[in-house]
Every structure is written in structure tokens, then in C-alpha cells.
Design a protein around this ligand. Sequence first.
Ligand code: SAH
Length: 257
Amino acid sequence: MSNDNKTIHDFDFEVICEYFSGVERQGPGSPEVTIKALNFIDGLNHESRIADLGCGTGGQTMVLAQHVPGTITGIDLFPKFIDTFNRNAAKLNVQERVNGVVGSMDNLPFEPESLDLIWSEGSIYNIGYENGLRYWRNYLKTGGYVAVSEATWFTNERPAEIETFWHNAYPEIDTISVKVAQMQKAGFVPVATFILPENCWTDHFFAPQVELQKAFLREKGDNKAAADLVAEMRHEAVMYDKYKSFYGYVFYIGKKI
Ligand code: SAH
């Protein structure tokens, strides 16, 4: 397979895990955006139960922990991310109410209708947005909220190069109006959507990877999987810079009725 046709999903899990363990965030986002999304959610208190699905090393979870009461369970497939997550919770002294657990977002360890809020930044694509919303809804109390960020087209028509790139990476990418309709069909009142500002990609996602990529290549450049991953991540940054007026990440906040 030529590198042009490869997506992040085709790479060796170990290599991806090691690469992304070296940065604070594993997807586009920022503390300001997490707090903005949180502002659309009311009714949280010390009894609230929150899950952060596909939490990674917990960049956004630690922001949540500092701004909401209640307990937060982070779930991620990669044990190394969860180790870092729990170390970060201990550093902030929130380990009593913030706990990372290894698990899969399509097989949740919660009781039905037991959660007040499900959070998921840049992760629901792993099981598909529509599928994920329908499945996760079962675990929310009536009146509970879901808040997810998701890759989204800004326009109905796109240049072929970026269309192909996303078709390979995540064919479920779609426009804001389609995603809102899907959320409503899945049994949520769409409460808010907003586009993540560019700095969530540039300053918080791509920039921290630049030094990491150099070090990664110095240490593992002779490992083809590692070199390919760095090439792909650099390609993703070039694509974003070229086509950012056509797509980005969008936060979707919904309330279970
Ligand atoms: N929310 C974090 C991480 C986003 S990257 C952030 O915004 O920085 C996507 C995350 O989903 C990765 O940490 C990856 O390990 C995790 N992931 C992938 N498939 C998963 C699954 N089936 N269940 C749980 N986590 C998964």
C-alpha cells in the first residue's frame, strides 16, 4: 500500500500508542473549548456520574475534573494511555473522583441509565457517530447529556483531494446539519453545536507533534511503521492547512429525552 492511501487506522497499534503517549492531546481540542461545551450542560452536582469515552491520556478529562463536581470515569482501549491518565489525576489530586479504566466504548461497564453526562472528544468515530450515540444513550439517565466532538464538513462540495483523504480516514464524516439530524434521530434534543477554532488543530494538536516527530524518527526512524506514521501525521497537517475551510471538528451537545 502506498503511503498516500494509508490512514491512521492502518498503522501498528503499538507504534500509534507510543507516539501519542508523548503528547498531551491525542486529537484536536483545547481547554477553552472543553469549558465552552461544558457551559451548555446544567444540573451537575456532587452526585453526578460522568464518563469520558476514548479519554486518551486525559487532557480534556482533567479540565472537566477541575470544572465539574461528581465522579468521572475515563475509558480508553490503550493501557498506556490509562496509566498516564491516572498519574495525571493523582498529580491534580482528583484521584478520589477521577478514575481511568481500560475498556472499549462499545462495551461499557456501566448500569443502564446510570450516567448524567457522556463526554467524548475526537473519539466517537472509532465506533461511528450514529452508532455510538444510539448505544451510549442507553447508559444515560433521562435528562442526561452527551457531548462529543466529531470531524465534520463545512460545505456541501469539496475538492477531490480532501474528499478522498476523508473517505479513507472516516467515511461517516458529514455536514453539521446531517450530524444534528442524526443526533435528534438517536433520541437527543440537539442543544448546541459549535465549530472548534483553528488553534485546536494548530497549537494544541499539530504543533506539539513537531518536536515529537523529530525525536521519534531519531529513535525509531529505521522502523518502517514508525517512519510511515510520522509521514502520515505530517501529511494530515498539510491537508488541514490546505483545506481547513472545508472541514474541521465540531462539538455536538445533546440532551436525552
Ligand atoms: N479524547 C482524547 C483522545 C482522542 S484520540 C483527546 O481528545 O485528546 C481517540 C482515542 O480513542 C485514543 O485514545 C484511542 O486509544 C481511543 N480508542 C480507540 N478505539 C477505542 C475503543 N473502541 N474504546 C475506547 N477507546 C478507544
